[in-house]
Structure formats: structure tokens, C-alpha cells
Design a protein around this ligand. Structure first.
Ligand code: UDX
Length: 446
């Protein structure tokens, strides 16, 4: 929304949420305090905020005022009832729809920005048409393809914008045109695709499933590499040069994380199952099974390498975010690796340049594996990477933060217990350099 406001100074954009603390943080005069760490975001907010971009808790007033409403609430995996652990929880979407229906007095275009199961627009339309004040609603699907850490650049230069709508009616086409115009302020028209609503909704799930599948595919090869003497980095390069395959998203890793991949694939699997398409469901579920295995395999390898026990041993985790350049930790591989090592009675020390101590404990508490007190006794969060590694038996790199490459690794090595083990879960360090320093070095797929 900040970028839409930045690029369309004549459009008033109001971002509303019932969470007062969050909205206050978005309005904070000190732009370092806005709730999301994302390179370039504070500059965009600085430019538009107070001009045509507003953050408010006055939800009803903003609905009443708006011609177009974007629903951008979260759609987590359902944690209860039918579809538990797989289906998308649409509770927040439904609450939004009911609030819009209750408040609206003029016609509205309602845009689904949240990633949703296919045919959710239909449910949305049903609620709006049957509980509203007789106003007309057009529902559009406009999935977001930005990736965290590069969000502003992805928004400024998107590969494509996708808008789904009712292509069979004049009103539907007009609504789509209105949204096309918003994006056309900065995106070339040929990159703005319009489709029917269902294609748009399913495209988003498909894109995330394909991307995640690439990571699981290369991670599957990484284990084979470790057994055969092949190097997965060389394989990625070799296959990536085939223009049909392409070079992006072929980095073997400790496993993918983030708020989207797992949730969307589970949702896809659930949808396929609900239509009785069991082979389709199993095919995509394997991407998740492989990813869970990769995280477990990484942690198990640490235990095995440290002479089959990490009990009472200090293990330094470098990185907690699910990828670099974000403070987002949702589904981060680090959480699962830490949990595994804690079950093996390791003493964990964490350093991440952007994630708070509070968040790290909250992530572990959420798993419910042990008490909150035990998590605080066994895990320490340190703001200095050198102190983090002091007297550690092993280091595990779990996020590919750029600064890790520039650490004084010889100094870190000197501070560690020997033999000093270094597990590079992101393949960011050159093994030859590390071995010269003296580390027992392990990377993924080499
Ligand atoms: C993803 C999609 O890329 C984006 O289009 C969609 O809108 C939301 O979901 P995001 O989750 O922000 O974006 O990050 P992404 O860059 O896709 O990375 C996801 C995970 O895969 C991260 O944990 C990342 O470290 C991992 N990954 C990615 C790999 O392990 N190897 C790779 O080669 C690429």
C-alpha cells in the first residue's frame, strides 16, 4: 500500500488495523521504529505518509470513505477442526467481509490481496451480497508476488501484476480496469495480466508451489551429493545454465521457511484432497516432506558429527530469520534446528542482526516442546557475534546474512573449543578458506 501511495499521489491510501500498537508504530516519527524491517521501505513511507498515505485504527470510517478496499489479513494454516494443519483459516477474511458489508453505504471494489484457496472470492461475494446494505460489490483477486527482503524492489519492478475478476460482465471489467489503472502508474501495461478470478487465485498457489519445489528438488540432490562426492553448487550452476531451467532458486539450504511456501502448499494439498485428487495431493505434499527432512537431517548431522552427543555443549546459531534482509522468522528453519538440538540437551546461543530476543523466545514457546522457563534457561540471545561463538563447540549458519561472510573467522576460531565445528547451512562460506583456519567444516551437498 505504501508503494501504491508513493506512485499515485492523487489516490488517498488508508491502512487500517484494529491493533493500536501496530498502527502507532507505523505512525512513529522515528522511521527506524516501523514494524517491518525491509530495505527501502522507510524511505517510501517517509515520502508518502501524511501526504496520501495514512495509518489508522478507524476501520469503519476508512471502509465508508473508500471506493476500493484491499483485504490483506493473514490466512494461516488452520490450527483446529476440519482441515487442521492443512487448510487455510479464513476466519479473518470472513470477519473483514462482514465488517465491510455492515459499514458500506456506497458501491465498492473489494480486492483480495491475501493468498487464498481457490473460489474464496465466491464466498466473499456471498457474504457481501447477503449481509450488506444492498450496495454492489465487485470482487477482484490481486495476489502479491513480492519476496521479503527485496519487497520494495519487487514492487517497483514486478515481473507481472495479476488481476482476476468477473470477465463476463461490464461491471467486472470496469472494476478490473480501475485496478489496472492504479498499477499502470508505474508498471508497463503489457506486464499487467487480467484473468478470471479462479485462475488468479490458483496462480498464486501454483507459483509458490513451483518455487518451493525447486528448493526441495535441489535439497534432495544435496544429500545424494554428500554420498557421491559431487558438489551441489556445481550442479546448480550446471543445470541453471540450461535456459529452460534457469539459474534462480537453486541454492541448496538447511530448508526453506517463510510465511508462504509451507502454508500455501499445505493449502493446495488440502484443496486437491477435497476434490479426491489424491495423486495430485501426494505429489505436492512431497515438497513439504522433503523440506522437513532437510531441516531434521541438518540438525541430526550436527549431533552425529559432534561424536553423537551435544548434551551440555554450547552451539552457536548464526541467523534466526527465514532468509537474509528481513526480521521475519515465520517457519524459519532455525526454529526447528534449535528445537531438535534442545531435545538433545544442547546449550543454544543465537545471534541474528535483526531478530529480537523476544521473537526468538516466542518462536520456541509457540512450538510447545518445553516450558517457557526451560527455553529461557537453555537458549541465550546475544547481540555480539563474537561473544556468541565464544567457547562454542560448534557454529551453525542458518540465515545467509551478508555480514557473516565478512566476520573475522580466524578470531572466531581462536575463541572456540577444539575441534571447532562449523556447519554452513546456507553454503555462503568458501570451504577452502575455512579449512585453512582450522575449522572442521561442513556445508550442504558437498
Ligand atoms: C515467497 C515467494 O518468493 C513470493 O513470490 C511470494 O509472494 C511469497 O513467498 P518469501 O517467502 O518472502 O517469498 O521468500 P523467498 O525468497 O521465496 O524464500 C523462501 C525460502 O526459501 C527462504 O527460507 C529462502 O532462504 C529459501 N530458499 C530460496 C532456498 O533455500 N534456496 C533458494 O534457492 C531460494
Amino acid at each position: 500500500m505504501a508503494v501504491i501511495a508513493q506512485k499515485n499521489p492523487e489516490i488517498k491510501v488508508t491502512v487500517v488495523d484494529i491493533n493500536e500498537k501496530r498502527i502507532a508504530a507505523w505512525n512513529d516519527q522515528n522511521l527506524d521504529n516501523i514494524p517491518i524491517y525491509e530495505p527501502g521501505l522507510s524511505d517510501v513511507v517517509k515520502e508518502a505518509r501524511g501526504r496520501n498515505l495514512f495509518f489508522s485504527t478507524e476501520v469503519d470510517a476508512a471502509i465508508d470513505d473508500a471506493e476500493m478496499i484491499f483485504i490483506s489479513v493473514n490466512t494461516p494454516t488452520k490450527a483446529y477442526g476440519i482441515g487442521k494443519g492443512m487448510a487455510a483459516d479464513l476466519k479473518y477474511i470472513e470477519l473483514c467481509a462482514r465488517q465491510i458489508a455492515r459499514v458500506s453505504k456506497t458501491d465498492k471494489i473489494v480486492v483480495e490481496k491475501s493468498t487464498l484457496p481457490v473460489r474464496t472470492a465466491e464466498a466473499l461475494k456471498n457474504i457481501l451480497d447477503n449481509t450488506g446494505n444492498g450496495v454492489n460489490y465487485q470482487i477482484l483477486s490481486n495476489p502479491e508476488f513480492l519476496a521479503e527482503g527485496t519487497a520494495i524492489d519487487d514492487l517497483h519492478n514486478p515481473d507481472r501484476i495479476l488481476i482476476g475478476g468477473n470477465v463476463d460482465t461490464e461491471e467486472g471489467k470496469e472494476a478490473m480496469e480501475a485496478l489496472v489503472d492504479v498499477y499502470a502508474s508505474w508498471v508497463p501495461k503489457e506486464q499487467i495480466l487480467t484473468t478470471n478470478v479462479w485462475s488468479s487465485e490458483l496462480s498464486k498457489l501454483t507459483a509458490n508451489a513451483f518455487l518451493a519445489q525447486r528448493v526441495s528438488s535441489i535439497n534432495a540432490m544435496s544429500e545424494l551429493c554428500e554420498h557421491t562426492g559431487a558438489d551441489v553448487n556445481e550442479i546448480s550452476k550446471a543445470i541453471g545454465m540450461d535456459s529452460r531451467i534457469g539459474s534462480k532458486f537453486l541454492n541448496a539450504s538447511v530448508g526453506f521457511g517463510g510465511s508462504c511456501f509451507q502454508k500455501d502448499i499445505l493449502n493446495l494439498v488440502y484443496i486437491a484432497k477435497s476434490f479426491g485428487l489424491n495423486e495430485v495431493a501426494d505429489y505436492w505434499e512431497q515438497v513439504i516432506i522433503m523440506n522437513d527432512y532437510q531441516k531434521r537431517r541438518f540438525a541430526a548431522n550436527i549431533v552425529k558429527t559432534l561424536f553423537n552427543t551435544v548434551s551440555g555443549k554450547k552451539i552457536a546459531l548464526l541467523g534466526w530469520a527465514f532468509k537474509k534482509d528481513t526480521n521475519d522468522t515465520r517457519e524459519s528453519a532455525a526454529i526447528y534446528v534449535a528445537d531438535y538440538l534442545l531435545n538433545e540437551q544442547a546449550e543454544i546461543v543465537v545471534y541474528d542482526p535483526k531478530v529480537t530476543e523476544e521473537q526468538i523466545y516466542a518462536d520456541l514457546d509457540y512450538l510447545g516442546t518445553r516450558t517457557e522457563l526451560e527455553n529461557r534457561q537453555l537458549v541465550t540471545v546475544v547481540k555480539d557475534p563474537y561473544l556468541t561463538c565464544d567457547k562454542a563447540h560448534a557454529i551453525a549458519i542458518l540465515t545467509e546474512w551478508g555480514e557473516f561472510k565478512d566476520f573475522d573467522w580466524a578470531n572466531i576460531y581462536d575463541k572456540m573449543l577444539k575441534p571447532a565445528f562449523l556447519f554452513d547451512g546456507r553454503n555462503i562460506l568458501n570451504s577452502k578458506i575455512k579449512e585453512k583456519i582450522g575449522f572442521q567444516f561442513r556445508a550442504i551437498g558437498v
